[in-house]
Design a protein around this ligand. Structure first.
Ligand code: COA
Length: 385
């Protein structure tokens, strides 16, 4: 099979960025990624941008044209990809498939979101549009409340504790304190998590990812181009995508996200590896319970044992299987459309051995997992040096 590499990465600071617009964030990340790849815009054959809410938060539609235009890439074919919080991961998959098809040699994959200019009540409603509008959101369900139901059930079924949920946040904030681009680059204690405001029982403020602005970008290349342009390309070994029920009321088991299980199965098969070969992973911790469920669904731990693994330090930066060395969505931030691409920026930085103080030891194979909504979509990618 043909091979596809990541040859450039770029990311903006994540946070409440009042001086930056949706377009300026995208262009900043894209310019950094092209410069990292060492290629001019003229070499680009196609552009994909993951963006979930541009037409809601900043009332900007037709993002594909906007980004190609302001990125100086006209007349390159440009496509916006939307699949809720999995928009970035899916944009990467589209770029990967486009190169595999032979249609393009160089593809720019970006992800962006500008979320902090809206009122809190608007924000929650916009995000809830990714749940089942008729049966969930219309009746008052929000993402914190949906994940709270999943947390309650996980605690009931497996004895997962509030402390274990809190320790996910403590770990990810520690990692994020080593990431200068993180929205909240500071450490927190378990006491601080447990004492924070209750958002949706049992989830407190520090169990939730924040509402963030930010953009990330990666440059993909065909095998021939990658070898021509870099000594250290990072290979995309596989891409898996799967869909699941949009509403959690329609699932057999709300402690499992089937789309992740299925996307991971495809990704492991295509890469010819198992979960045991993965050295570290960036997973979708939109709420701390999501990280626990994800590390189980990816096969790293048996169902019900994710919380204990976090408590035992296995998923810490210096543990056997570091999870979210970037700080994850919890500390690094969650500009929804950018998240899936930002995960890849981190995986590539780690595999290049350039992650500084948060470098994972002996990182050879990394995995990224990006979820849309409460699990209606999941995308899993595997990378190696
Ligand atoms: N973690 C830590 N601190 C947070 C935070 C978070 N997730 N969200 C906000 N804060 C901080 C703010 O920086 C602010 O601190 P300050 O008073 O020192 O300035 C304070 O908490 C209040 O911020 P505010 O923006 O008023 O919070 P809020 O109550 O409007 O929102 C949440 C808090 C948890 C409801 C919001 O972050 C949220 O909705 N998160 C989930 C986003 C989501 O659903 N994403 C999609 C997932 S599928």
């Amino acid at each position: 099979m043909k091979k596809v590499a990541v040859i450039g990465v770029g990311i903006t600071k994540f946070g409440e960025l009042w001086n930056s617009s949706l377009r300026s964030l995208t262009i900043e990340a894209g310019t950094k990624a092209l410069s990292d790849a060492g290629i001019p815009g003229e070499e680009v054959d196609a552009l994909y941008t993951g963006c979930m809410t541009g037409d809601m938060f900043v009332k900007q539609g037709h993002i594909s044209s906007l980004i190609a235009d302001y990125g100086g890439l006209l007349p390159v074919p440009s496509t916006r990809v939307e699949s809720a919080c999995a928009s970035g991961g899916l944009a990467l998959r589209q770029g990967f498939i486009t190169i595999l098809s032979g249609v393009a040699d160089i593809v720019v994959v970006g992800g962006v979101e500008k979320m902090t200019d809206a009122l809190g009540s608007q924000t929650t409603g916009y995000l809830a549009s990714a749940a089942d509008q008729e049966w969930e959101s219309f009746n008052g369900a929000t993402f914190p409340s949906l994940y709270a139901l999943m947390a309650k059930r996980h605690m009931y079924e497996y004895g997962t504790t509030e402390e274990q949920l809190g320790l996910v946040a403590v770990k990810n904030h520690y990692n994020g304190s080593l990431n200068p681009n993180a929205h909240f680059p500071f450490k927190i204690s378990l006491e601080k998590v447990m004492g924070s405001t209750l958002v949706a029982d049992p989830l407190r403020l520090f169990h939730c990812s924040p509402v963030s602005d930010g953009a990330a970008c990666v440059i993909l290349a065909s095998e021939e181009k990658a070898k021509e342009l870099r000594d250290d390309p990072i290979w995309i070994r596989s891409s898996g995508q799967a869909s699941g029920a949009i509403g959690i009321y329609d699932r057999e088991d709300i402690c499992t996200i089937d789309s992740t299980v299925n996307a991971a199965k495809s990704a492991y098969k295509m890469a010819g590896v198992t979960h045991r070969d993965i050295d570290f992973a960036e997973v979708h911790d939109c709420f701390t319970i999501a990280e626990i469920i994800n590390i189980e669904d990816l096969g790293f731990f048996k169902k019900g044992e994710g919380g204990k693994a976090v408590e035992d330090g296995i998923t810490s930066l210096d543990g056997e299987l570091p999870i979210n060395p970037s700080g994850g969505l919890k500390s690094k931030g969650h500009p929804v459309g950018a998240t899936g691409v930002a995960q890849v920026v981190e995986v590539v930085t780690q595999l290049r051995g350039k992650a500084g103080k948060r470098q994972v030891k002996d990182a050879e194979i990394g995995l990224s997992q990006n979820i849309g909504g409460s699990g209606g979509t999941a995308v899993v990618h595997i990378f190696s040096r």
